[in-house]
Design a protein around this ligand. Structure first.
Ligand code: SAH
Ligand code: SF4
Length: 333
């Protein structure tokens, strides 16, 4: 798909064409310009040649059919992954990538091993949601993506402008109309961008990949912590909370023998004391680096945090069998 020439082409057309095109591409989900009978034949031919709607994707489904992963080949041949999770009820969450690869090399993350190839542009981020809407429409005429999380490949705040542009686009009432509160951005802790995000006056959710309660441990797992140490990250989070009054989700991977001890639970409780946050404990999905924490240790860790007065939840993993779970996105299909 390539919509980069679209606005240029529509410039010489009456204003209402933009509306017709948005309706066709983002609401009716057409895959061929010939289907758009509201447009004159000549314009359809121009669009057919200059703005192809085809998305090149290979789709995999997990055994339980709840998770699907798509491997999209971009126009320049680079590949990215995006995941659809179908929850009970009619909630459908899409996990989008924001970069091809990621430069931050967290030791537990498969994407981090790829290094950074390039940033995605806003179209390429939105295209991922569009693809899943097309898939959902085939399942049920009215089924659509309801939630979007920026937790796929890449660090969203290292591609800030395009990520923000894509959020506004997903949010657009004339397009996907996905409410800001249904959109979450996860960051490894890019301090200046957390502060900037606080100023955006958006109702989008922020998640912080915390994973360790001390600088020493966090730096050994997440090299970015040497640039932006915990104290700076936490004060950026304080600033965000003060500005937005929105609760921040702190993601904490549970890795056996690395960050799952009661002593570490205690340090974490101290770090997060009295902050408007919740802790989301995430099962470590194997990437050949560590072992997942034992269930009894996760329970003890969780109980300690609850007793210390923190709000804690546990994330269920989706799609491990098709390597679609968090941190497993690495294009080895
Ligand atoms: N770069 C951003 C967003 C993408 S990663 C970030 O790091 O926040 C999305 C989430 O998946 C993060 O919380 C990340 O820490 C987590 N993750 C990475 N590797 C994982 C693994 N092997 N198992 C489970 N979660 C993982
Ligand atoms: Fe990049 Fe996030 Fe993976 Fe770290 S966890 S390497 S920041 S994608």
């Amino acid at each position: 798909m390539d919509l980069s020439k679209l606005s240029e082409i529509l410039k010489s057309e009456p204003k209402y064409r933009q509306q017709q095109v948005s309706q066709a591409v983002f609401i009716d989900l057409v895959t061929d310009w010939d289907e758009v009978k509201t447009l004159p034949q000549k314009l359809r031919t121009v669009l057919k040649n200059s703005c192809p709607l085809e998305i090149k994707a290979k789709i995999f489904h997990s055994q339980d059919q709840k998770t699907s992963k798509a491997l999209i080949t971009l126009n320049d041949g680079n590949k990215i992954e995006t995941v659809l999770m179908r929850h009970e009820g009619d909630r459908h969450t899409v996990c989008v990538s924001s970069q091809v690869g990621c430069p931050l090399a967290c030791t537990f993350c498969a994407t981090g091993r790829l290094g950074l190839k390039r940033n995605l542009n806003a179209d390429e981020i939105v295209e991922q949601v569009l693809l899943w809407n097309r898939v959902l429409k085939q399942i049920g005429e009215k089924e659509r993506v309801t939630n979007v999380v920026y937790m796929g490949m890449g660090e969203p705040f290292l591609n800030y402008t395009n990520v923000l542009k894509s959020i506004r686009w997903l949010n657009d009432k004339q397009g996907f109309n996905i409410g800001a509160r249904k959109i979450s951005v996860s960051t490894s802790g890019i301090v200046p961008k957390i502060k900037k995000f606080a100023e955006e006056k958006m109702q989008v959710n922020l998640a912080l990949s915390l994973h360790a309660p001390t600088d020493e441990l966090r730096s050994s797992l997440m090299p970015i912590n040497t640039h932006f140490p915990l104290q700076e990250v936490m004060s950026a989070i304080d600033y965000y909370i003060k500005k937005t009054n929105r609760k921040v989700m702190c993601e904490y991977l549970m890795i056996d023998g690395v960050n799952d001890s009661l002593e570490q639970a205690k340090q974490l409780a101290k770090l997060l004391k009295d902050k408007l946050v919740m802790v989301n404990l995430i099962a470590y999905n194997p990437t050949n680096a560590y072992r997942p924490a034992k269930a009894k240790n996760i329970k003890a860790f969780k109980d300690y945090l609850s007793q210390a007065g923190l709000e804690v939840s546990q994330r269920f993993t989706f799609g491990q069998d098709i390597k679609a779970a968090c941190g497993q996105l690495a294009l080895d299909n």
